[in-house]
Design a protein. Sequence first.
Length: 301
Amino acid sequence: MHNHNHSHSHSHSDGNSDGASKRIGWAFFLNVVFTIIEFIGGWLTNSTAIMADAVHDLGDSLSIGTAWGLNKLSDKQATNTFSYGYKRFSLLGALINGLVLTTGSIWILFEAIPRLSAPEMPQVEGMLLLSIFGIAVNGFAAYKLSEGNSLNERILNWHLLEDVLGWVAVLIVSIVLMFKPWPILDPILSIGFTLFILFNVVRNLKETLLLFLQATPDAKQMEEVRKVLMSNDDVADIHHFHIWSLDGEHSVMTAHVELKQDVSVSQLRTLKDELRLGLDEFDFVHTTIEIEFANEDCRDE
C-alpha cells in the first residue's frame, strides 16, 4: 500500500517562482542594456579592462537570459513525460550559469595576468564615470535578485556581484590613477576579485551538481525525518529511504515503513494520518510511503 501526501499542490506554479521569473527578467534587461553601454564606453575610453568586462557581461546576459527562459519553463504544469513537473529545468539553468561563470572567471584571469607585465594607461575620467554607473546598475540588479531564495537566483546573483566588485575595482583604480601613474593596480584588483567570486561560484556549482545527481540535499534533515517515522509505536523499521530535491527548494521523500505487527484498516488509516502530520513540518512537495506488514517480504529486495 502506498501513502501519497497530497497536502501540497502539484500545480508547480506558485508565487515564489513567478517572482523569481520577474526578478531574473529585470536582471536580464538591465544587463543587456548596460553591456551595450559598456562596449561603447570601453571603446571611447580606450580601456581594455572595460572592454574585457563588456565581453564578460555579454556572457552574463546570455546566461541570465537562459536562466529566465528555463525558470519560466519550470512553472509549467506536470505532464505524462515530466510527471514531477518542470522544476528541474530551473536547476539545469543554475548548472549552466555556474559553468558559464566559472569559465568566464578563468578567462578573465588569463586576460588580467599578462597585463601585470605590460599595463596600459586608459582614459581615467571616462573610467570613473562608467564605474559609478556600473556599480549603480549592477548593484540594483543584484538587489532585485537578493529578494529571491532559489538556487538559480543565487547563482545569478554571483554573476551580478562579480560585476559590482569589478566596477568597484575600476572605481578605485580610476581614482588612484588620477594621482599616481600605477596602471598595474587594475589587473591586480581584477585578479583578486575574480578569485574571490570564483571560489564562491565553484562552491555553489558543487551544490548544484550534487542536487542534479540526486544527492540528499540535507543530511541533518534526513536524520530528523527518520526519527519522526521511527517515533511511531507501530513502526519497527524503515528502509529504501530517500530524499532528493527537484530544484534546490522543492524536495521529494520516499520510504518503506515496516510494521511491528498486523493492523486493521482503521488502525492503518490512523497510522497514515499520524505519519502525514509528522512529515508536514518538512514541507515536502511529494511523499510516497509503502507500508509493509509484519513478516512481509519487501518487493524491492
